[in-house]
Design a protein around this ligand. Structure first.
Ligand code: SF4
Length: 379
């Protein structure tokens, strides 16, 4: 049993996409032929896993992908109904659907809302035409803005958008334009990620072949600092290293991951953590379908998290988000964080990199700029 509580988050992976974006390393399939079979198998997996988690309260559901909004509202509704039947779904649960501009219209959004979706996360990435072209997104800037407006017209008041910065050749002025457009839209949450070069992506190959040059680390750090300042001043304070929200609209589902709560992931490549066991599903659709049809769990592996790993993971997750609670650290590991790290913590506090208030240890904005380095020394 998780010493931090029994609440669960549920993640549903919908792997289907229109095409493969150059930077993407998520498991996605460029075909819609198997959606019906996949949907059936998702329902099976929910039923199967619920047997060992009977009565657990579900605080959030997150449909991620891929492009979940390609699924019909009926399919999404049936998944929510299945979860309601087999788990204790909180009446106030946050239920998010990821979408991409150009894949939904107002009437489809209304249907999603009717079926229980109450939060929309839109993969916009940029409002600049050249940047969108470089990222091989299928939408243009106008479609991006229209999708946000249509979400609002459909009745969603909890709208999040994703943006990517530090694109090759991007300077402060160009990035700021993206942020200026974003904060004028009816959104409550902005995720701003630095472009990361992931192995196996088309972008990685382009960099190896010398066709694209990534920006230097100091440019990345400068754009990150600018994001923190600009969004903070516009009413979107940072609450995790890549996430900014109007207070009260922080993503509860992701907060569950960062707070080291239990979660279950359904679908291809989805991960689950039910203390102290972490497991992951098959990525390949064929294997996933095969196991689900045989009424086996479609798991391809698992590990039991030892105290040492738990300690490292909690330090990293907590310091990147709302801060590390020493009593939570003790509950998880049976150890005393302050005693273990006293000298280094005092040094960081005196240098203005973190604050210590009661049992909460939190990085300052200055500390966030060096988060990886600080966390690296603490774990
Ligand atoms: S739409 Fe999203 S999930 Fe699909 S390929 Fe592009 S980045 Fe990846």
């Amino acid at each position: 049993m998780n010493p931090l509580g029994t609440d669960l988050g549920i993640y549903i992976h919908i792997p289907f996409c229109d095409h493969k974006c150059i930077y993407c390393d998520f498991y996605s399939i460029i075909s819609y032929e198997n959606t019906e079979m996949y949907h059936k198998n998702l329902l099976r997996e929910i039923e199967l896993r619920s047997k060992s988690l009977f009565g657990r309260k579900v605080k959030s559901i997150y449909f991620g992908g891929g492009t979940p909004s390609f699924m019909s509202p009926e399919y999404i509704g049936a998944i929510i109904n299945k979860i309601t039947k087999h788990f204790d779904l909180d009446k106030e649960a946050e239920i998010t659907l990821e979408t991409n501009p150009g894949t939904v219209d107002k009437s489809k959004l209304i249907e999603f809302r009717k079926r229980g979706i109450n939060r929309i996360s839109i993969g916009i990435q940029s409002f600049d035409k050249d940047e969108l072209k470089f990222l091989t997104r299928i939408h243009d800037s106008e479609q991006a803005v229209n999708t946000v407006l249509q979400c609002a017209e459909a009745g969603f008041d909890n709208i999040s958008i994703d943006l990517i910065f530090n694109l090759p050749g991007q300077n402060s002025a160009k990035w700021r334009k993206n942020l200026e457009i974003a904060v004028k839209l009816p959104v409550k949450h902005i995720s701003a990620y630095s472009l990361i070069l992931e192995k196996g992506t088309i972008l990685n190959k382009m960099v190896i072949d010398g066709k694209v040059k990534m920006q230097e680390e100091d440019i990345d750090a400068g754009l990150f600092e600018e994001t923190m300042d600009f969004l903070g001043n516009a009413g979107f304070p940072m609450y995790e290293i890549s996430n900014y929200a109007v207070p009260g609209f922080e993503c509860r589902h992701n907060q569950g991951y960062w707070d080291y709560n239990d979660y279950i992931g359904f679908g291809t490549s989805a991960h689950s953590f039910v203390f102290p066991r972490r497991s992951w599903n098959y990525s390949a659709l064929t294997f996933y379908n095969l196991h689900s049809e045989n009424k086996d769990l479609p798991e391809s592996g698992f590990e039991l998290i030892e105290k040492e790993q738990m300690s490292d993971e909690y330090i990293m997750l907590a310091l990147r988000s709302r801060g590390l609670y020493t009593h939570t650290y003790s509950k998880l590991t049976g150890r005393n964080f302050i005693e273990e790290q006293k000298k280094f913590l005092i040094k960081l506090k005196d240098s203005g990199y973190l604050t210590i208030n009661g049992d909460l240890i939190k990085l300052t904005p200055r500390g966030c700029l060096l988060a990886d380095e600080i966390i690296g020394k603490l774990v």
